[in-house]
Each structure stands twice: as C-alpha cells, then as structure tokens.
Design a protein around this ligand. Structure first.
Ligand code: NAD
Length: 263
C-alpha cells in the first residue's frame, strides 16, 4: 500500500492492557508500508510501547503522551510532529472508551466523558490537522467507530453506541466539507475484535458465565465467520483507507466484522 514516508498521527496508539490493540497493530502495519508513526496516547507507557514496536522493525516513530480531550496537549503533540517530520498526512482517531450499561446504568457524566473522548476529540484534532493537510494538498482522516454504533449487539452499551454512531456522521461531514481540498475522511467499523480490552468488556457482559472458553464460544457464535477478528485485520482496513490506494474513497464506512452486521 502506498504509505511511503506518510506521517501518521495515531491517536490511541497503545493498548489498555498487555497485548495487541487495534492502535498498536495499526502503528506496526502502517509502518510496514513505509509510514512514519507519531504514536499518541493518554498513557506514556502505551505510546512508547507502540513506538518501540515500530522502531524494532527499523521504522520511524515518535511517542507522545496526550489526552485527546485536552486541546493544549493535542496542539503540542501536533506541533512536535510538524517540527520532527514536517507535517501530518494521516490522522487516525482510534482512541475510544465505553461503558457497558443501558439507560438505568448510564449516568449523564458517563455519557459526557465518553462523548468527549469518542466524538468531541475529533473536532479538536480536525481543527488542528486539517489546515496543514490543505497546505500539503491533501490528507486522510480515518476514524474508528464500532458495530455498536449501527446495531444492538445483545447487551446494552448505550453511551458507547450513541457516540460511535455520531462519529460516523461526523466523519462524513468532514469528508464532504474538505473533499475539494483533497482530504478524504472515512470510518472503519470493527465488529468483535480480540483485543485485551474487548476480552475484559465482553466477559463482564456475559458475567454469568465463569468459564472463559464458554464466553469465547458465545462471542464466536454471534459472528457468521464463527470467530472474533484480530487487531491486524482492522489495521489492514485502516492502512488501506489511509493509503493512496483509497484515493477515490471518501465519506464512507468500511465494516470489518466477519459478517456480524449483515446477519
Ligand atoms: P484499547 O483500549 O486496547 O486501546 C485504546 C488506547 O486508547 C489505549 O492505549 C488508551 O490508553 C488510549 N486512550 C483511551 N482514552 C484516551 C484519551 N482520552 N486520549 C488518548 N488516548 C486514549 O482499545 P481497542 O480494543 O484496541 O480499541 C481501539 C478502538 O477501536 C476504540 O476506539 C474502540 O472503541 C474501537 N473498537 C474496538 C473493538 C474491539 O472489539 N476491540 C470493536 C469496535 C471498535
């Protein structure tokens, strides 16, 4: 894929627990295609871990600690990326949080915080990265939603689903506003992906099952392909939308879910 020397700012580049998250696998996948990675994460350890994986490949990477809901921290991270690498070609909005629960269990404060991380942070980042992309003649913004933003998955995930739905429309709006400037904006919509975070979340959703294998089987049975996806399979979709191979694709969603939503 054509990503040679493209500077990628990956927000939420780390993993919330040991193992391969979507962000970390994406840093490595994009770097394998020649991209330069700015690994941004709220956790410095997580950002450094992702950057380290890229450096191990012989790639170029920089780790930056920033909470995506902190405009000053994001601005400083972008200034650093511009200074080190001369600009940003690709922004990946991968930082995301959620909380299992429906109307009764969801507090207004939960919805506020999840909205700030999953949706509002895109406004902050877009205002900061788009002017540079316009100057460079284009760019690609890839946002990471979830099938929870388009379907009910069998357990209540209210604030997460609402914000991930909003993220899809937000991305389409950016795509339309900046299409003439050569900036593409698309969303990857992952299904059940086997990351350390989903292992924890779905286990608690099926908490009546104590047996880990039973929990895993139940998850797999939800999916027509009878298995969860890997972070690498999502990373490939992110790399494609980020790359020049997707040059005529904007304002759309790429669903990576083993057939879950088409069931
Ligand atoms: P993860 O929790 O392992 O990784 C997310 C990373 O984002 C962590 O390193 C975390 O520190 C960072 N982060 C969280 N809040 C942040 C903030 N405010 N500022 C900066 N960094 C922050 O998650 P994952 O399972 O790899 O998921 C990655 C993305 O994919 C998320 O947006 C998630 O909603 C989405 N997604 C995941 C799945 C799945 O099954 N794992 C399915 C659909 C969508």
């Amino acid at each position: 894929m054509k990503l040679e020397n493209k500077v990628v700012l990956m927000a939420g580049a780390g993993s919330s627990a040991p193992g391969w998250s979507i962000g970390k696998a994406s840093c490595v996948t994009l770097a394998r295609h020649g991209a330069i990675i700015v690994a941004l994460d709220a956790s410095l350890d997580a950002a450094q871990d992702a950057a380290q994986e890229v450096l191990k490949l012989g790639g170029k990477a920089l780790a930056v600690q920033a909470d995506v809901t902190d405009p000053t921290a994001v601005e400083q991270a972008i200034a650093l990326a511009n200074h080190e690498f001369g600009g940003i070609d690709v922004y990946v909005a991968n930082a995301g949080i959620g909380k299992i629960g429906g109307v009764t269990e969801t507090q207004t404060s939960d919805l506020d915080r999840i909205y700030q991380v999953n949706v509002q942070s895109l406004l902050t980042a877009a205002k900061l990265v788009i002017p540079g992309m316009v100057q460079r003649g284009g760019g690609s913004i890839v946002t990471i939603s979830s099938v929870a933003g388009i379907r009910y998955l069998g357990y209540p995930h209210l604030a997460y689903g609402v914000t991930k739905a909003a993220l899809i429309q937000f991305t389409r709006m950016i795509a339309h506003e900046y299409a003439a400037d050569g900036i593409r904006a698309n969303t990857v919509v992952p299904g059940l992906i086997d990351t350390p975070r989903i292992q924890k979340n779905v286990s608690s959703a099926f908490s009546k099952d104590n047996n880990a294998d039973e929990v895993r089987n139940k998850r797999n049975q939800q999916v027509p392909m009878q298995r969860m996806g890997t972070p690498w399979e999502v990373a490939n979709a992110i790399a494609f939308l980020a790359s020049d191979e997707a040059s005529y694709i904007t304002g759309t969603e790429l669903i990576v879910d083993g057939g879950l939503t088409g069931k």
